[in-house]
Ligand binder design. Structure first.
Ligand code: ATR
Length: 288
């Protein structure tokens, strides 16, 4: 579809969406959705919506009343959005957080969590031969991002997930909430031992991110065929990925998870399931 509107002006029937968060200035979502809106020539707008947590509930309802199609919700409001929704997808309920809210025509708020979808789609696009049911996965970290990864892997038939977190109690709490016997909590210091026989390694901690310490883990026990992925995407090549690549393991960086998690919201609000391309990756990463 090519736009006949070179000025990118909005009409009286433009579809509106955005991302709520506090802060929200770091969010790449406006750039990402803006790219797709322009690419597909859609009469719509996606904007950053800085909302202080105490105003979250009122702002969400106001956006519905203003005729928005929906919003993404980012930290720290992903958990806050849950009780505000009239309906939750099964995956949002199991993950315990909402990142995509759609305002239905009848005014109801429909909450979904697309982070696990984004995680899976990124791996499927970058490593098309991946078979999630083919062997154990090692998941590092038990923070907000880990739950979406766990639920996604379980739904794909992963036979065993070895979950290691610096604070063991947090991993135990996540495992107890998700209640699937395939999740085995292991101690953080012995995580390298858990790499034995694994077919997938996922870093969901903040280690390796710009400004954070490195993730230091001895990969020598990991089969060379195991896929190693990181949800950190700044930098794109984390130390974990550099180390894994150097020993011959296939790797997938974390940027695609961010890009693919945005697809279901864009589809619902603007009517097109958008494509994740190299051009989009470059555009989202470029500084200007
Ligand atoms: P988010 O909700 O965005 O995932 P988070 O809840 O702060 O962020 O989670 C960060 C993750 O990185 C946690 O698993 C955290 O481990 P703890 O639960 O023990 O805090 C992990 N993490 C952060 N710094 C770490 C470090 N120096 N060593 C090991 N793990 C670390």
């Amino acid at each position: 579809m090519t736009s006949r509107n070179p000025y990118r002006t909005l009409s009286g029937t433009s579809r509106l969406a955005g991302v709520m968060g506090w802060p929200v200035s770091h969010s790449k979502s406006p750039r990402l959705h803006g790219y797709w809106l322009a690419k597909y020539g859609i009469d719509g707008c996606y904007m950053p919506l800085p909302v202080e947590p105490e105003n979250f509930q009122a702002a969400l309802i106001s956006l519905r009343n203003l005729g928005f199609s929906g919003v993404n919700v980012t930290i720290p409001q992903k958990e806050m959005a849950m009780p505000e929704c009239d309906e939750l997808s099964d995956r949002a309920r199991r993950i315990g957080a909402v990142n995509t809210v759609t305002f239905a025509k009848d005014g109801r708020l429909l909450g979904d969590n697309t982070d696990g979808f984004g995680f899976l789609e990124n791996l499927r696009q970058e490593a098309p031969d991946i078979a999630f049911a083919s062997g154990p996965a090692v998941v590092l970290g038990a923070g907000g991002a880990c739950r979406a990864v766990l639920v996604a892997l379980l739904d794909e038939g992963c036979p065993e997930i070895r979950l290691a977190n610096r604070t063991r109690k947090r991993a135990e709490d996540v495992a107890a909430e998700i209640k699937d016997p395939r999740i085995k909590v292991i101690d953080w210091p012995v995580a390298p031992d858990a790499l034995d026989g694994a077919s997938l390694v996922v870093n969901t901690t903040s280690l390796g991110m710009v400004g954070q310490p490195k993730l230091e883990i001895d990969l020598s026990g990991l089969p060379q065929t195991a896929l190693v992925t990181d949800i950190v995407y700044a930098p794109l090549m984390t130390d974990l990925l550099v180390q894994a690549k150097a020993r011959g393991n296939p790797i997938v960086d974390g940027l695609g998870m961010l890009l693919h998690q945005a697809r279901p919201g864009f589809h619902r609000w603007f009517g097109i399931d958008p494509e994740v391309t190299q051009e989009l990756r470059d555009f989202v990463l470029s500084p200007d």
